[in-house]
Design a protein around this ligand. Structure first.
Ligand code: SF4
Length: 178
């Protein structure tokens, strides 16, 4: 649920919203049956709240009806849920179940993979394929988190801080302005 809410929203904001969300609606059944307006009100500050509420209800309904109220554990079944793409499915498989199908590729991971010379692609699924081939499976979850943190703290989109970056000796800085 939190990963669906994180689209176009900061993690900090999602983390402010989820305690109240899960207090009011503690499982898939209660989210699926939530009265119109009540769920929207709780998640409003995450933005795009109408479509996110629709995805939360739709995913919860499918989890209840097709999976007995439990979040499914395969890429195929997760991707069949409303609001769940490959990135979200990999977040859940890797972090909740310890069984990722690949590296989570968001905007930070994609940018860093290109700058570091690990991928030439802009399509996240192709970047994921390149990273999956370069790193062993047991590193995939860590790699996604590490690149996201590094992208936020050091290798920002517009102004990467190459002069203080711990990876500067290894990084070809592909596409970075001199
Ligand atoms: S050296 Fe620069 S471009 Fe390379 S990872 Fe560090 S901040 Fe990013």
């Amino acid at each position: 649920m939190a990963t669906i809410l994180s689209a176009q929203c900061t993690d900090a904001r999602v983390n402010l919203v989820t305690p109240e969300l899960f207090r009011r609606f503690p499982d898939a059944r209660s989210i699926a049956a939530s009265p119109r307006g009540a769920l929207e009100k709780v998640i409003r500050s995450t933005g795009f709240f109408n479509s996110k509420a629709k995805a939360l209800r739709g995913a919860s309904k499918a989890i209840v009806e097709k999976h007995g109220g439990e979040v499914p554990r395969t890429m195929e079944a997760l991707r069949a849920l409303p609001g769940v793409g490959r990135k979200t499915a990999n977040v859940v498989l890797g972090n909740a179940f310890g069984a990722p199908e690949g590296v989570v590729v968001d905007t930070h991971v994609g940018r860093l993979a290109r700058r570091l010379g690990w991928s030439r692609h802009s399509d996240p699924e192709k970047v994921e394929r390149d990273l999956n081939a370069l790193f062993p499976r047991e590193k995939w979850v860590f790699l996604g988190h590490a690149l996201i943190l590094h992208g936020r703290a050091v290798c920002a989109s517009r102004k990467p801080r190459c002069e203080t970056c711990t990876l500067s000796d290894l990084c070809p800085r592909e596409g970075v302005a001199p």
